[in-house]
Design a protein around this ligand. Structure first.
Ligand SMILES: NC(=O)c1ccc[n+]([C@@H]2O[C@H](COP(=O)([O-])OP(=O)(O)OC[C@H]3O[C@@H](n4cnc5c(N)ncnc54)[C@H](OP(=O)(O)O)[C@@H]3O)[C@@H](O)[C@H]2O)c1
Length: 273
């Protein structure tokens, strides 16, 4: 990493552990990373495995850092921010990153002040295995801050900047919810094989590796997804027969409707905060 800043993570849950793990793996100095959490167990684990600084006091880590990553559950965010606002007086000098789902940037301004610089990041669960897809958006950070945060989240997968928070909702409905769609699809494919006599273990092994292989091919190829599909679909062959079933049942409409339903729910949830 080129830009090394003192960074404080508020909350030491699954996401923080993955992101900090990715940062350390990419060579970010552990002595520049601070993590706070109310219960000590996760902190002890992170301190012993990664060598980062830890504290049970959010304010103590924030005071030492240039960057704050808010990584608590959305329902706790207002209370955590109120405590920070009442005890830290130079918040406008720090870069604030939030990974909480659903809470929009204007809401953070009501919590932390109009003059904050904030970046919202929407990671997804494959970040836990270093294969995440994180969406990022800001209304206030400059290019240097954006490059810094991109590098941090590149440590747990790929990053994609979007233009506004409506687009982040769409990204959340595709990449955030997407692992569940793929698991649903993989499960149904595996069950298809099981109906024809495959045992569950072998059905799963064959489906997950095929999924991984197809994703890797898509990543490495310049072809469109449609052309990649055509490449493995010889006319009159068995794949063509299988694909025909998906097309007859209109998989495209099903997927588009699923994304629209998840976007709608994201927007409803944003209204809750
Ligand atoms: N997991 C995902 O795939 C994912 C994807 C996108 C966005 N996110 C967002 O990422 C955030 C964190 O998610 P997560 O999955 O890492 O959740 P998590 O594993 O439940 O972690 C949340 C952590 O916050 C700690 N905490 C509770 N109260 C606190 C306080 N007052 N001050 C500081 N820390 C406090 C909890 O500590 P204790 O356990 O000791 O109470 C816990 O370690 C959430 O806002 C979520 O919406 C998660």
């Amino acid at each position: 990493m080129n830009d090394i800043r003192k960074i404080a993570f508020i909350g030491a849950g699954n996401m923080t552990q993955s992101i900090v793990g990715g940062m350390c793996k990419s060579g970010y100095p552990a002595d520049h990373i601070f993590v706070s959490n109310p219960s000590p167990e996760k902190l002890e684990k992170m301190k012993s495995s990664l060598g980062v600084n830890t504290s049970q006091d959010n304010i103590e880590v924030i005071k030492q850092a240039d960057v704050i990553v808010l990584s608590v559950k959305p329902q706790l965010m207002e209370q955590v921010c109120a405590d920070i606002k009442s005890k830290v007086d130079n918040l406008a000098d720090k870069l604030i990153i939030t990974i909480a789902a659903g809470i929009r940037m204007p809401k953070y301004r009501t919590y932390l002040g109009d003059d904050i610089t904030i970046i919202r990041v929407m990671p997804n669960t494959p970040s836990l295995v270093g294969q995440g897809m994180s969406g990022l958006v800001t209304d206030s950070a400059d290019d240097k801050d954006k490059a810094y945060v991109t590098e941090v989240f590149d440590g747990v997968g790929d990053t994609l900047w979007v233009a506004d928070e409506d687009q982040l909702d769409i990204l959340g409905a595709v990449a955030g919810s997407g692992p569940a769609y793929f698991f649903e699809f993989m499960d149904s494919l595996a069950k298809g094989a099981m109906e024809l006599g495959f045992d569950p273990e072998k059905a799963r092994a064959m489906v997950q590796q095929t999924c991984l292989g197809a994703a890797q091919m898509a990543k490495e190829s310049d072809l469109t997804l449609e052309d990649l599909r055509k490449q493995v679909t010889s006319k009159g062959g068995s794949t063509a027969k299988g694909v025909e079933v998906y097309q007859q049942r209109d998989l495209h409409t099903i997927s588009a409707d699923a994304v629209k339903a998840a976007v709608k729910r994201n927007q409803e949830m944003a209204d809750l905060f």
